[in-house]
Design a protein around this ligand. Structure first.
Ligand code: ATP
Length: 231
């Protein structure tokens, strides 16, 4: 099975600023990855590299077995939702689906309709009038209806209250299972993503501090501390 994400010596600099330094990764197929780190740790940079929205300064990255290229073929395989779930404020919920159908060759109208029905959103509502939770859910419905092999969300839960965060993560996992896709979710804090991720990458100071299967990390934690309870 093709790994979700592979990186070797992956480095990204913006002028003199190093956003990501010398990252090595090999994440097996089908994982839901939690990418955790503080402000400025390099999370968005890693996600943008994975989407082909920016190129490495040095080193390599492969996503689903291919080098990301800024183009429709790669973006069709990767459903990327940028930080803040950007939508078109003046367009309605229904307009977002029409636009998605026009722009995406793999668009699945039934899946989009099913997801929206679960959300109880008024199709005529303008996106600018939706709550943060509803915006995140609409962005998820649009991203999932592209039938990507990998869903990438940059801090989807950051602005949501605990209830909306829970609902969003439940819907996200429904989509992941329905699509048989892998996923990457970034967050400032571990608890935001711990409930759903099965692989963890912790970034600090532009470097990977920790990466591994959650089950293995928990086993290591239990071995070191003698405490068998979950983190
Ligand atoms: P946040 O949680 O605040 O979104 P992050 O972990 O996503 O942070 P990045 O946005 O990847 O972090 O930023 C990593 C570093 O790279 C920061 O110091 C940031 O200022 C810098 N950086 C990111 N993008 C650019 C850019 N386009 N030009 C210059 N510097 C940048």
């Amino acid at each position: 099975m093709t790994p979700v994400l592979e990186a070797s010596g992956l480095t990204k600099r913006y002028g003199h600023r190093t956003a990501l330094a010398d990252c090595d990764l090999s994440v097996p197929a089908g994982r839901v990855i939690g990418l955790v780190g503080a402000n400025g740790a390099g999370k968005s940079t890693l996600l943008h590299l994975a989407c082909g929205l920016t190129a490495p300064t040095s080193g390599t990255i492969r996503v689903l077995g291919a080098a990301p290229a800024a183009g429709p073929a790669h973006l069709a395989r990767v459903g990327f939702v940028a930080q803040g779930a950007p939508l078109y404020a003046e367009l309605s919920v229904a307009d977002h689906l029409k636009l998605g159908a026009k722009l995406n060759p793999r668009w699945d109208p039934d899946l989009a309709r099913r997801r929206l029905a679960r959300l109880d959103l008024d199709p005529r509502q303008r996106a600018g009038r939706l709550s943060g939770g509803q915006r995140a859910q609409l962005a998820l419905a649009v991203a999932a209806a592209k039938r990507p092999d990998l869903l990438i969300f940059d801090e989807p839960a950051a602005a949501l209250d605990p209830l909306a965060r829970h609902a969003f993560l439940d819907h996200l996992m429904e989509s992941v299972r329905e699509l048989g896709a892998a996923a990457i979710l970034s967050s400032h804090t571990l608890p935001d993503v711990a409930r759903v991720c099965d692989y963890l990458i912790v970034l600090a100071g532009s470097r990977i501090q920790l990466a591994g299967e959650v089950t293995e990390l928990l086993a290591t934690h239990a071995r070191i501390t003698g405490d068998p309870t979950a983190l």
